[in-house]
Design a protein around this ligand. Structure first.
Ligand SMILES: C[S@@+](CC[C@H](N)C(=O)[O-])C[C@H]1O[C@@H](n2cnc3c(N)ncnc32)[C@H](O)[C@@H]1O
Length: 265
């Protein structure tokens, strides 16, 4: 049994899962043959995908340090993914040991690896929850135990919104979460795009997966920040969001936008 009472045997190894494809492409071991095949197809369709995912992970680290440096002590990370060192709570707690993190993902395999996400101080929780039901996430008792919605929260939606179709109303999901957050909170968001190359073949790899890939344009991604104010430099390809080293070669090809924004009222 894992967290929330699901059985590990329920993990589906017949279809590729976004969390496991991502893990494979980042060099992790928590994936199956079906995910490896999808990952290889993705890399063939979009040769920059591996550096893109690494750049997304590096963006996540810089953005977490930024929000913690801005004084936030609570993080709600929806679309956590499989544990990848360093995990969000490790990055955050290195900067400020009192940061609390609620991890939320709709894939049971993430909860099955919860041990790596639980901090020894009890300052983290791992919840099986779905971005398409934001109210259930906000109301979940384990989220409430970790996050005080009267204090600023950094909401992380990093490389997850592109798994929602337009019909699943991703803008409304973000708006519902925004409305649950007090002023002084932050949104950290990254999203896949086809703005820099035709990536329809990469998108097609997910047709047989447990979630589809929905590439969005700059304008579409910017809409997710409604009700927030983007901090400098605004929405950028992830390697160019406040880089702390020289962006790697071919960074201009990376199909990931990233941005951090503050809720001011
Ligand atoms: C590509 S991984 C991103 C992991 C991490 N946020 C990062 O950027 O390194 C996307 C994660 O989102 C999760 N996910 C996809 N759709 C979701 C949904 N509707 N609700 C919650 N999690 C979802 C997947 O299971 C996967 O673990």
């Amino acid at each position: 049994m894992g967290q929330d009472g699901f059985r590990v045997a329920e993990i589906d190894t017949t279809r590729p899962h976004p969390a496991r494809i991502y893990d494979y492409l980042l060099g992790g071991k928590d994936n199956y043959e079906v995910d490896q095949r999808a990952g290889d197809e993705l890399a063939a369709a979009a040769p920059e995908v591996r550096i893109g995912l690494q750049a997304n992970r590096a963006f996540l680290q810089r953005a977490v340090r930024y929000v913690v440096g801005s004084g936030v002590r609570q993080i709600l990370d929806i679309g956590t993914g499989l544990p990848t060192s360093p995990n969000v709570h490790e990055i955050a707690q290195e900067a400020a040991p009192d940061v609390r993190v609620a991890y939320v993902d709709n894939d049971p395999i993430v909860a099955a690896h919860a041990n790596a996400l639980l901090s020894s101080s009890g300052a983290t929780s791992v919840v099986l929850g779905d971005l398409r039901d934001p109210q259930a996430v906000v109301d979940h008792p384990d989220v409430r135990r970790t996050i005080d919605f009267d204090e600023p929260v950094a909401l992380l939606l990093v490389a997850v919104l592109h798994f929602l179709t337009d019909a699943e109303q991703p803008e409304q999901a973000v708006a519902a979460l925004r409305d649950a957050l007090p002023a002084g909170s932050f949104l950290v968001l990254s999203h896949a795009t086809g703005d820099f190359a035709d990536r329809s073949a990469a998108q097609a790899v997910y047709n047989n997966a447990t979630a589809t890939l929905n590439l969005r344009s700059r304008t579409e991604v910017e809409r997710f920040f409604a009700g927030f104010e983007l901090v400098e430099p605004g929405l950028a390809q992830v390697p160019f969001w406040r880089p702390d080293t020289t962006p790697p070669p071919r960074s201009r090809e990376i199909g990931f936008y990233g941005g951090v924004a503050r809720k001011t009222s």
